[in-house]
Design a protein around this ligand. Structure first.
Ligand code: G4F
Length: 344
């Protein structure tokens, strides 16, 4: 049994990770921010809220981090806390950098000072690859050309963990995770935005789904499998870096097509750029339109990962196909109505 601290317990990955660690018999602590989600809806949805211990921590407060590590004395720290929405980082670059990059520097400094033997998992991201040339399949040696303040902040944190590993012997693992989704995904991310809208259509609610860049391609996997990869990294004898991905890229347009197909609606796409739309091929009802306000100032057009190192060294491979992931999310959002995500 280990004592584990998860920064950012209230997010999708924090909740799934906590569930898997509890199942291993670990004592699991999670940090949360004042003003952030106080109801812990995701740990509650997974039925683990009562088994977790919580600590109020802000990545902006060095003293807060030091005292928390001193009090908990974790054997392992999974550092997931972040401003994780790429779109917002263009409007809030300083905040994003402070939480994601400087916050990681504060955490690492606290670890070095208080619990130098604690293992650290860093939630690195495929966004760091950024401006991918051609349709490259990206592995741990891929070039980083970040395209957003978010990606730059995560790349800085990634390198900070590397420096602490080299300079101070930190057991630091960096998981370069490609997009990973689930029924607990935040509703601001495109996959959940789409599946919630499909749920609304299935319930005959009025409205049209408005999306940004339909051509963006992502390598989408199922989040619970990705947190399993984190644990496998952290329980190796040697810390290392791993790409975690499915190896398949699909466009936002394809994701939406699959999601509507899951409720028996075939989409017929027409038009181009800001005028592109999708109608229900059977009824002619308008289902999707483009809203340029969702276009990003700089976009990452293509992300597809090669997780063969993780397969070789961790025995990890993604097993949920995109079609199954989409169906699972749609079925959840058909069953569980939330405030409508369709614009009139
Ligand atoms: O769902 P997204 O917002 O995810 P994004 O930007 O790929 O970032 C996610 O994955 C990263 C891993 O690669 C994480 F590091 C990060 O924290 C986060 O979890 O957008 C996916 C794509 C983008 O190209 C975006 O421009 O979908 C495009 N898109 C098109 N219409 C939209 C929309 N994105 C959002 N959020 N909303 C739209 O209406």
């Amino acid at each position: 049994m280990a004592r584990v601290l998860i920064t950012g317990i209230s997010g999708q990955d924090g909740a799934f990770l906590a569930r898997q660690l509890l199942a291993r018999g670990d004592e699991v602590w999670g940090t949360y921010r004042r003003g952030a989600e106080r109801t812990f809806s995701r740990p509650t949805a997974l039925g683990i809220h009562e088994q977790l211990r919580y600590a109020l921590v802000d990545m902006a407060e060095a003293g807060n981090l030091i005292r928390t590590l001193d009090r908990i004395q974790p054997d392992a720290i999974y550092h997931l806390a972040a401003q994780s929405f790429v779109g917002d980082s263009f409007e809030q670059p300083t905040y994003t950098f402070d939480v994601n990059a400087t916050g990681t520097a504060r955490l690492l400094d606290a670890v070095r000072t208080v619990t130098p033997r604690a293992r650290v998992y860093q939630a690195s991201t495929s966004e760091m690859f950024g401006d991918v040339r051609g349709e490259a399949v990206l592995d741990e040696d891929g070039a980083f050309r970040p395209r957003s303040p978010y990606a730059i902040s995560k790349l800085a944190a990634h390198h900070l963990v590397g420096v602490h590993r080299d300079a101070y012997g930190l057991f630091g693992c960096r998981g370069i995770l490609f997009n990973h989704e689930s029924e607990l995904r935040g509703t601001e991310f495109v996959t959940r935005k789409i599946t919630r809208a499909v749920g609304a259509v299935a319930r005959d609610e009025p409205g049209v789904l408005a999306l940004g860049n339909l051509d963006a391609r992502r390598d989408w996997g199922y989040a619970p499998e990705y947190v399993d990869a984190m644990i496998r990294m952290m329980t190796q004898d040697t810390p290392d870096d791993y790409v975690i991905a499915t190896g398949r890229a699909a466009s936002v347009r394809e994701f939406a097509t699959l999601a509507f197909a899951a409720i028996g609606v075939t989409l017929a796409w027409s038009g181009r750029d800001a005028d592109e739309v999708a109608h229900d091929a059977a009824t002619g009802a308008l289902r999707v339109r483009v809203d340029p306000t969702f276009w990003r100032p700089a976009e990452v057009g293509w992300l597809r990962g090669d997780a063969s190192k993780a397969a070789r060294q961790l025995g990890w491979t993604a097993t949920t196909a995109l079609e199954s992931l989409v169906r699972r999310m749609v079925e959840h959002d058909v069953r569980t109505p939330t405030a409508s995500s369709l614009s009139p």
